[in-house]
Every structure is written in structure tokens, then in C-alpha cells.
Write a protein that binds this ligand. Structure first.
Ligand SMILES: NC(=O)c1ccc[n+]([C@@H]2O[C@H](COP(=O)([O-])OP(=O)(O)OC[C@H]3O[C@@H](n4cnc5c(N)ncnc54)[C@H](OP(=O)(O)O)[C@@H]3O)[C@@H](O)[C@H]2O)c1
Length: 307
């Protein structure tokens, strides 16, 4: 059965933080959480962009409970300030949607000096979650959702380049994939530790398939991508499902149900399946490579025989 917006239900009484709430999936998630009655904190790194998004949502849902708080995940100070502001006003946090992210920019570092993708996509959210954890764990059945990506399938954690130093060559796609794997490992490990402490907090991860957002640049035309991608509204649903589905369990991973999980309505995914497929492709790829290098090695002999 399709999991659609109607499954969301009443969110009155829930307090929710959405990082990167001013754009793309974060915007759509903030919009839906507001629509269904939650108190939403739209976290944005830029005041102007945050205000614009906030006003749009308020215009659509004038009675909605939504407010803007500034948060730059590349800055330890900004994260601390955000948490202090939040704690001043709220004493519960039902859902923390760790959504903000950047993809494959040229090399740059965060205010704190980390390579920007690992810094924003993973380390910033790690620190934010840690600082908010005291309030999360005292909220009944709270959830932490980390937004990952299908890009995690193509990456691996390399401890030598995890935090890029000047001497490491920078590969922007590898750095993105690595940050998105880190989101999943963080989910799994935090879920394990929370369970070991018998807390009722759930931690899950989700991904939006391929969704047409500013992640691909504000002027992307998406001509060819239209076929394999979906709009940002549909892209936000896996994260929303992970955050509220009563049957979801800690450590699980949600994504679109279509071919290769590029698009479609959200479903639970099995991370192990991708590990098996990846191992198979690596193995198969190596066999193909050695076949062709053998051919190249004996090329002249083969040509002679064939002629
Ligand atoms: N779209 C896809 O196909 C796709 C696929 C896989 C995974 N994802 C993941 O989905 C998440 C949301 O991306 P999106 O597609 O919605 O892209 P988006 O429209 O570009 O939104 C990204 C959000 O993250 C914010 N952000 C960037 N750097 C930040 C920082 N230092 N501190 C705080 N916020 C920051 C952006 O703020 P500004 O507006 O100020 O830049 C924006 O609000 C990301 O984690 C991305 O990796 C997306």
C-alpha cells in the first residue's frame, strides 16, 4: 500500500526541528509538519532565506505554529547558540530532522576548519544531536532522523581522508558519499547505544531518491533528469515517514520504492541488499577489468591469429 500524506495524521503537541528548513526537502517537510499541527522550528543558516520560507508557509497556514531560528552547521558557535535559543523556549523535542546538506562543492572549509561536506552534512548534525540529546531523551518516544543519500552506496569511510587535510587530494564526490555513509553509520551506532540504555528514543535514516531541489544548483534545468527524478514534495516523504510511522523501528532506513529507489512513495529499505549488490558489482567489475587487461596484454597475438 502507498504511504501518502494522508498517513501523517494529527501532529498537534509535537515539537519538531528541521535543519535546512528554508529550501527543498527541508522546506517541504516544515510545510507538512506545520500543516498537520506540529510546532515547527525552521532552522536556516541565512536570515533572509529563512524569513522568505517562513512567510510562505505562514501565508499558506496562517494558524500554523512555525518559527525561524538561525543555525549554521559549519560553525560550532552557531550550533551552540541555536541550542541555547531553543532551550530557552522549549522543554521538549519530539522530532529532530537532520536534513540540511551540501553536495559536491569545490573544496572549502567550514568556520571550524573542516572540509565543508563532512563538516555540514555529518559533524555539524552530530554536534547538534549531542547538544539536544538531554532534551530529546526526556521527551517521550522522540525521534532523530538523519537524511542520507543513494550516494552512500558508492562511498566508503576512509579514515585517512575522513577529515581532509591540506595534503589529501580532494575528491568532491567521494567526500559527499563519505559524509552520507557517515549519516547512516551514525544512525546505526546511536540506535545501538540508545537501545543499550533502554531509552525510548528512535533513530532512523532516510533518503529522497533523486529530487529536484537547489542541491543541484539553483538554475538546474533537470531536462533528462525529469525521467528519473521526482519533485521535492515527494522527496521529503521518506524522511517524514521515518519520523512518524508508528511501525518504524530504530536503525531503519526509508527511501522511495521505485526502481533503484530513485523515486516513488516511501518504503523501508534494506541496507544489506545494497551491500550485496555492491560487492557483486565490485567483484564483477574486477573480473571484467582483468578480462580486458588480458586481452590488451595479448592483443598483438590475438590480432595475428585472427588475421
Ligand atoms: N535532492 C536530492 O536529490 C537529494 C538526494 C539525496 C540526498 N539529499 C539530501 O537531502 C538533504 C536536503 O537537500 P535538498 O535536496 O533539499 O537541497 P537544498 O534545496 O539545497 O537544501 C539544502 C538545505 O541545507 C542548507 N544548508 C547548507 N549548508 C548549511 C549550513 N552550513 N548550515 C545550515 N544549513 C545549511 C541549505 O541552506 P541555504 O539555502 O542557505 O544554502 C538548504 O536549506 C541534504 O542532506 C541532501 O544531501 C538530497
Amino acid at each position: 500500500m502507498k504511504w501518502i500524506e494522508n498517513n501523517i495524521g494529527d501532529l498537534k503537541g509535537k515539537t519538531i526541528i528541521v535543519t535546512g528548513g528554508n529550501s527543498g526537502l527541508g522546506y517541504e517537510s516544515s510545510r507538512l509538519y506545520t500543516k498537520y499541527g506540529a510546532t515547527v522550528i525552521l532552522a536556516s543558516r541565512k536570515e533572509s532565506r529563512g524569513t522568505k520560507a517562513l512567510n510562505q508557509i505562514k501565508q499558506e497556514f496562517p494558524k500554523g505554529n512555525i518559527e525561524l531560528m538561525l543555525l549554521d552547521l559549519g560553525s560550532k558557535n552557531s550550533i551552540e547558540q541555536f541550542v541555547a535559543n531553543f532551550k530557552q523556549k522549549y522543554n521538549q523535542l519530539d522530532i529532530l530532522l537532520n536534513n540540511a546538506g551540501i553536495m559536491a562543492p569545490p573544496y572549502e572549509s567550514t568556520t571550524d576548519g573542516f572540509e565543508s561536506q563532512i563538516g555540514v552534512n555529518y559533524l555539524g548534525h552530530f554536534y547538534l544531536t549531542g547538544l539536544l540529546f538531554p532534551i530529546i531523551k526526556k521527551t517521550k518516544n522522540a525521534r532523530i532522523i538523519n537524511i542520507s543519500s543513494i550516494a552512500h552506496r558508492f562511498g566508503q569511510i576512509d579514515l585517512n581522508t575522513f577529515v581532509y587535510q591540506k595534503e589529501n587530494a580532494y575528491n568532491k564526490s567521494k567526500a559527499y558519499a563519505q559524509s552520507k555513509i557517515a549519516n547512516i553509520f551514525f544512525t546505526k551506532e546511536l540506535a545501538r547505544r540508545i537501545e543499550a540504555h533502554h531509552l525510548d528514543t528512535l533513530v532512523l535514516s532516510a533518503h529522497p531518491g533523486i529530487s529536484r531541489t537547489n542541491l543541484f544548483g539553483p538554475t538546474s534545468k533537470f531536462n533528462l533528469m525529469m525521467l528519473i527524478s521526482q519533485n521535492q514534495y515527494k522527496g521529503c516523504l521518506p524522511g517524514i515517514r521515518a519520523s512518524i510511522d508508528p511501525n518504524a523501528k530504530s536503525g531503519e532506513y526509508y527511501g522511495p520504492r521505485g526502481l533503484f529507489s530513485f523515486k516513488g512513495f516511501p518504503k523501508k529499505e534494506h541496507l544489506k541488499n545494497w551491500l550485496i549488490i555492491r560487492r557483486f558489482l565490485q567483484h564483477f567489475g574486477n573480473k571484467v577489468k582483468s578480462f580486458f587487461s588480458l586481452i590488451l596484454k595479448y592483443k598483438s597475438d590475438i590480432t595475428t591469429i585472427l588475421i
